[in-house]
Design a protein around this ligand. Structure first.
Ligand code: IPE
Ligand code: IPE
Ligand code: MG
Length: 236
């Protein structure tokens, strides 16, 4: 990474294209997911070294349960083994892990591995990794609305407390807004990823499939971010 580049405070990564990466090599789709774990590990270490503060990773959407059972089961087992074995870098790099998404209907073993990782890393102060697993922006807005209605009904908050900032803070996680969203594989859509948080994010759509998203590709993305002119509705 070149010196004096601005690193976005909160980066979102929609890790897409694992299946196509594998299919183009004559491999089963699951091999793409397997390969993506190694890519992600290198990328997280690199982001921690570059001083990225917050990164939200789209790992599994609420809609991904529509896939064949064998692929869903493979992914659930991959989550368990990755959270238990591949996240050994986390201690050294002081990475804190959070999860966003609905717990239902995730298997108990996945939930246990997630909870362990959160507990083990809760005091870490470097990169915060927010893993979006069984995540959907629509579900998040529904769940947040219900939570806030409940607080109102119990008299814990007044209507006037509900501001834009209040909603942002009471989504699944209290994180700053997204500055930069990267979606690999050339698809030009959000697919239900952090819509509230991405309202003023810059978007970047590299053609590479996620398993090929190297640290050099990440550098290119950051360079592109530095060439954007963010206006937030004002004039610059
Ligand atoms: C992203 O890769 C991983 C998940 C959605 C879990 P895909 O599995 O969507 O790969 P493509 O888009 O079919 O190539
Ligand atoms: C979005 O990718 C979800 C993740 C990357 C985890 P999809 O592959 O599920 O999205 P669509 O179906 O192409 O919109
Ligand atoms: Mg896809």
């Amino acid at each position: 990474m070149k010196d004096n580049l601005i690193i976005p405070n909160h980066i979102g990564i929609i890790m897409d294209g694992n299946g196509r990466w594998a299919q183009e090599r004559g491999l089963p789709r699951t091999m793409g997911h397997q390969h993506a774990v190694g890519t992600l590990k290198k990328l997280c270490i690199y982001m921690a070294d570059c001083g990225v503060k917050y990164c939200s990773l789209y790992a599994f959407s609420t809609e991904n349960f529509k896939r064949e059972l064998s692929e869903v089961e493979f992914l659930m087992n991959l989550f368990i083994s990755s959270f238990r074995k591949e996240f050994d870098f986390i201690k050294e790099k002081k990475v804190r892990v959070l999860f966003s998404g609905r717990r239902e209907p995730l298997p108990e073993k996945v939930l246990e591995a997630m909870d362990e990782l959160v507990e083990d890393t809760k005091d870490n102060k470097a990169l915060t990794l927010n893993i979006c697993l069984n995540y959907g922006s629509h579900a998040e807005i529904v769940d947040t609305t219900k939570k806030i209605c409940e607080w109102y009904r119990e008299g814990k908050i007044a209507l006037g407390d509900i501001t834009e900032d209040f909603i942002q803070k009471n989504l699944y996680q209290d994180l700053p807004p997204l500055d930069f969203v990267i979606r690999t594989s050339g698809e030009l859509r959000l697919s239900n990823f952090m819509m509230y948080q991405a309202s003023y994010a810059e978007f970047y759509f590299p053609k590479v499939y996620f398993p090929d998203f190297s640290c050099e590709e990440f550098d290119k993305a950051i360079l592109e971010f530095n060439n954007r002119n963010r206006r937030f509705g004002g004039v610059k």
